[in-house]
Ligand binder design. Structure first.
Ligand SMILES: Nc1ncnc2c1ncn2[C@@H]1O[C@H](COP(=O)(O)OP(=O)(O)O)[C@@H](O)[C@H]1O
Ligand SMILES: [Mg+2]
Length: 426
């Protein structure tokens, strides 16, 4: 429970004039690692950043420390009422301008702090529309937009009833999931029984109509729900497939040409979804399906940046710094970076064959020669590094980033790495 109480921290309905710092409470500046970049961005646009996380102060990375004005270690960052009380006590008597987070599990907590202190920004109820997949779909559906038919389910009985109503194939997934964890395509009654057994530990799930088609992202940095920056990226293959087969090297490519006709329905859908869900200021990350008939169907959305380096890809697409630009939007409601798109940027996540530590890499030298100056990053794990659990993170055993002004070349180079570069573990 988050209580809305009288403002016990002094807030400013409006920001002080530029020149004086904006005081920002930023949750979890340490994790995931790119939060260090957002903290840097905040400091660079003139914010005084008060970080809150459960990392011990001594363990804060050096490159983060210099961007933090002060830091509070809490025992459990996910314990919402406890964090709200502690941060309120910590900031008592100080002016606070913003309470922010950029990591999905903390978005509601940041909104709770804003409500408690009477700060501007999205309310807990606004954020819930981006967090609870059924409330999300109800609100998007109510705006007349195309959403998969779906039901909230808690018990085996409810799942069976929902399956009858929705029909096969269907999707079963947690109501507040991430990274395709516990997400299953179910093609008939027999599969439904076995899937239900696998999902017993999930308290609340969504039972959804399965949408055929390609899958894309629609990402924005928005001001008052209006996109100041937009991005579309193609999932190759769809996340559910990438997470089902270990041999796949998942590829995601940002689309340079966002004006092409076939993407128009998805971009239009995205803009409408932001309105329907009362988006405020900040990043959004939406997923949508493009059906064989050319229709755009809503998938899901978060009011936070995409993870797994997609923000790096966007930065390489336009040669800009969205970490800083997000901060400018969050603090000053202004976006100043150019939005012209120069490249299609592909990321290729690799998964080693075998268990344990990486022992060797094949094909990397050849691929690098092929990619030439279009290679952007080589962050593949080197021999000796222990493998990551590919089921837990798309990041897997590292990645390659490549870009090209032509879609077909970016696509070709990405798949050449997906097929031709191989990592082995002993
Ligand atoms: N209704 C659906 N039809 C087809 N595929 C779906 C559907 N819902 C989810 N998926 C697949 O499962 C993946 C994970 O589901 P998603 O709702 O995005 O959850 P998460 O929060 O885990 O990313 C999607 O990216 C997509 O590939
Ligand atoms: Mg998703």
């Amino acid at each position: 429970m988050i209580h809305t109480g009288p403002a016990d921290v002094q807030s400013h309905g409006r920001l002080r004039s530029s020149g004086s710092p904006v005081r920002v409470v930023f949750l979890a500046p340490t994790f995931p690692p790119e939060m260090i970049q957002y903290t840097r961005g905040l400091a660079e646009v003139g914010a005084e950043v008060y970080g809150v996380a459960d990392t011990p102060r001594e363990a804060l990375p050096k490159e983060l420390r210099r961007h933090l004005h002060d830091y509070l270690q809490v025992p459990r960052i996910m314990d919402e009422p406890d964090v709200i009380d502690r941060v309120t006590a910590w900031m008592r008597g100080k002016h606070v301008d913003r309470a922010l987070a950029n990591w999905e599990p903390l978005m509601i907590l940041a909104a709770g702090l804003r409500e408690r202190w009477g700060l501007p920004g999205m309310s807990v109820d606004d954020v819930r529309g981006f967090r609870d997949k059924e409330i999300m779909k109800e609100r998007v559906r109510a705006a007349g937009l195309r959403v998969p038919r779906s039901k909230r389910v808690r018990t085996p009985k409810e799942i069976l009833a929902a399956a009858e109503e929705i029909g096969f194939p269907l999707i079963l997934k947690p109501i507040a999931g991430a990274g395709s964890a516990d997400t299953y395509r179910v093609s008939d009654r027999t599969e439904l029984a076995s899937t239900m057994a696998l999902m017993r530990h999930v308290a609340e799930a969504s039972c959804e109509e399965f949408i055929e088609g390609e899958e894309f992202t629609y990402d924005t940095v928005s001001i008052g729900g209006k996109p100041a920056y937009e991005n579309v990226a193609a999932y190759l293959p769809k996340p559910i497939e990438a997470r089902s087969h270990e041999w796949i090297s998942p590829v995601i490519i940002t689309v340079r040409d966002m004006h092409q006709e076939r993407l128009r329905p998805g971009i239009e859908l995205g803009r409408q979804v932001l309105k329907a869900l009362r988006m405020g200021d900040g990043f959004t990350h939406m997923e949508w399906f493009l059906t064989p008939r050319g229709e755009a169907v809503f998938g899901e959305i978060g009011c936070r940046p995409a993870g797994a380096h997609l923000v790096d890809q966007m930065n390489y697409t336009s040669d800009i710094d969205l970490f800083r630009e997000w901060a400018r939007v969050a603090c000053w409601r202004s976006f100043e970076a150019p939005t012209a798109r120069h490249y299609n940027v592909g990321i290729i996540f690799k998964r080693a064959m075998g268990q344990g530590r990486i022992s060797r890499i094949e094909g990397l030298g050849n691929w690098k020669r092929e990619a030439g100056r279009w290679l952007v990053e080589d962050k593949l794990f080197r021999p000796g590094t222990p493998r990551r659990n590919w089921k837990n993170t798309l990041l897997s055993d590292g990645h390659l980033l490549v870009r090209h002004p032509d879609w077909s070349e970016a696509h070709r180079l990405s798949f050449s790495a997906a097929m031709g570069v191989r990592l082995y573990a002993e």
